[in-house]
Write a protein that binds this ligand. Sequence first.
Ligand SMILES: *Cc1c(COP(=O)(O)O)cnc(C)c1O
Length: 340
Amino acid sequence: MAIDLRSDTVTQPSERMRTAAAEAAVGDDVYGEDPTVNDLEAAAADRVGTEDALYVPTGTMGNQIAARVHTDRGQEVVLDREAHIYQWELAGLAQLSGVQPRTVDADDAVPTPEQIHGAYVKESLHRPGTGLVTLENTHNARGGVAVPPEPISAAAEAAHDHDLPVHLDGARLFNACVALDVDPARMVRDVDSVLFCLSKGLGAPVGSMLAGDAKFIAAARRIRKLFGGGMRQAGLVAAPGLLAFENVERLATDHDNAARLAAGLGAIDGLRVPEPDTNIVRVYTDDLADAETFVEACEAAGVRGGVHGPHLTRFCTHLDVDRDDVETAIDRVAGVVASL
Ligand SMILES: *Cc1c(COP(=O)(O)O)cnc(C)c1O
């Protein structure tokens, strides 16, 4: 059987999740009448210590709703040049909110206060004005980097100095919190909104949560409707989301497995593998092969990964991959490298 390490989104919902979906109490969530969605939103807000939360179909929609709520057309958004919101959301900032990204190169995965002050543009007759700063934790494209709360707070403080709201793309927020042993509420204490996915390491089939204060969530609810995300008996897909919180602590297992995978792959001649913070392993095949060739060869050998750069392949651990799978994957990739 192929070991699927393309993403932590490929997990199968558990039997309990399927049963919870089948048995969920539901109502019309656009009328606010789905008890399961309401429970999930309350549980999410409680987890991250915000006033309220909103269930959204995807992380992308949650991020794009936040951008739309926080900005006016024609403004700028300051963010890292490797941010998911900038690189992987189909220019949603431009298409859905009419705003212009202004990128900085955040080497440590989070823009420094100096970078935020430097990127800030004051509105004038000639200049658009900055409307928002977005951060990301864990930082996906920089290798699942777990950013500690202090630099998040420092960035937020710098943004707030200019009266700019801050949105945190925490698709894998709980991976960061588990890796660093930080309370999620502390992690997001100084940001104005946060997005996290139920459908990645937490193992739910569908859905993400957007959290913030009551005023932000009320505005976000209208934009969700505008973007076509107002779902009716959504409790059917939300019910497994409530069980997903049970998978928070076990993210540590994914991180251990990723560390073992990185060590095993790093010991193979021809592969360069930085030590991962969380569940994302980056493999550079510098002189060995380009990533397309490498990924194809791995696939043929029963290990699935993703091309993330000319010579960069990404492998993710998740709850459908155990330690034996990791050992098998290392053996199979060793065989691939020997054959290239
Ligand atoms: C996966 C991801 C998203 C988007 O989530 P989807 O549910 O796939 O739309 C946003 N930000 C980051 C950092 C991600 O890794």
